[in-house]
Design a protein around this ligand. Sequence first.
Ligand code: 6PG
Length: 476
Amino acid sequence: AKADIGLTGLAVMGSNLARNMARNGSTVAVHNRTTSKMTDFLDQHGDEGDFVGSESLEDFVASIEKPRAIIVMVKAGAATDAVVDELTPLLDEGDIVVDAGNAHYEDTLRRQQALEEKGLHFVGMGVSGGEVGALEGPSIMVGGSDHAYERLGPIVEKIAAQVDGTPCATHVGPDGAGHFVKMVHNGIEYADMQLIAEAYDLLRSVLGLSPAELAGIFREWNEGELESFLIEMTADVLEHEDAETGKPFVDVVLDQAEQKGTGRWTVQTALELGVPVTGIAEATFARSVSGHAEQRAAAQGKFGAAQTAGVEVDKEQFVSDVRDALYAAKVVAYAQGFDQIVEGSNTHDWDVTPGDMATIWRGGCIIRAKFLDRIREAYEAEPDLTTLMTQDFFADAIEQGEPGWRRVVVAATESGVPVPAFASSLSYFDALRRDRLPAALIQGLRDNFGAHTYQRADKDGTFHTLWAGDKSEVDA
Ligand code: 6PG
């Protein structure tokens, strides 16, 4: 019998996905450029399900049931193009090539067009959950044609995480939609982690608590509305001691955060779409700041640490304020991310249902959280929601958190603890609710130095003031 699906690229993510599919009843054809990886895979995992191993790409393709579905799990970029180029001449009309890596959605759009011209289907499939998720149940964001999802859907829905009986996998929309949504997921992941990091830094610096004590606080928070995979993991990381030195693990790790690029893509795309994802942007820049060792050393040499009066806070109140700030800022970051999904979908005619993204992010993925169920409900009640922030449940959370959120930003400023994500999300909230923004002054300046024109709040039209002349206003 032929294999139900094929997978080429048996590094950890690929091999875990293949094992997951086999464990869930699919016969999986496996292939790897370096054959020993494929034979090692079969040696180690061959008894976990039905696999068909092939040494050549030709045999691999021939071993799969038509229309073929072939998952490519290799490095994003040139490696993906190379495998796709090798595969396509071996395929037949209607066959489906699935890129399950973290590809840029524009690459996915390009590849989809190229394959469509050959009568083939290309699927950009976002897979979240890391190595464990790939094996035990990830969250899966599938882009591409209906034909492709009909073939692929039953398999991915089986291997995905399940929440309340609903699989954390869906057909997001055509061509680049799956990878676009996965990109925004990662952007939100950056913001989420930055907010957690700021909360940790504040509690540690202002209250002088140890990492182990902080682990306890995060564990407690994980019992409430902040319950999430990342909060739970924060407690684990804070609790961990370095075996070599006996010091807290967080104190021996170099404090320079790296990134593979999905956060940067989210911000770049948001700039192009004109969506203010300030939380994600600050989180991405904060990683970049941490990596600028020379500037940091120069500033420390010149100024030393911030000289502050040392803020007096009530411990219990402060912990509660930081939790409120974290929750409110998190609402803002998610609201902005969902705005980007909606805008991306409108721009590309993808017809993405935002609530479905919340549904499939409830389990399996890195940002899985209790809170996503509330987002799902919010979009269910109001599919065309203007912003998540004004929906009753989240509006209440923001209103209740607001006083603490402000106190936290003040305390951070007074004590010299950088809180770019807490502060910028608060500014975003304040900007949205302000009746007049100083953008009017910016328009005046633009008109003055460049005759860029402006509109008036009190009547229709486009105007220009003769700034160098008699300052009268003319129609532009
Ligand atoms: C996931 C993750 C994953 C990503 C890592 C690393 O959803 O499982 O987002 O896809 O590769 O989070 O990202 P950075 O190296 O950019 O932090």
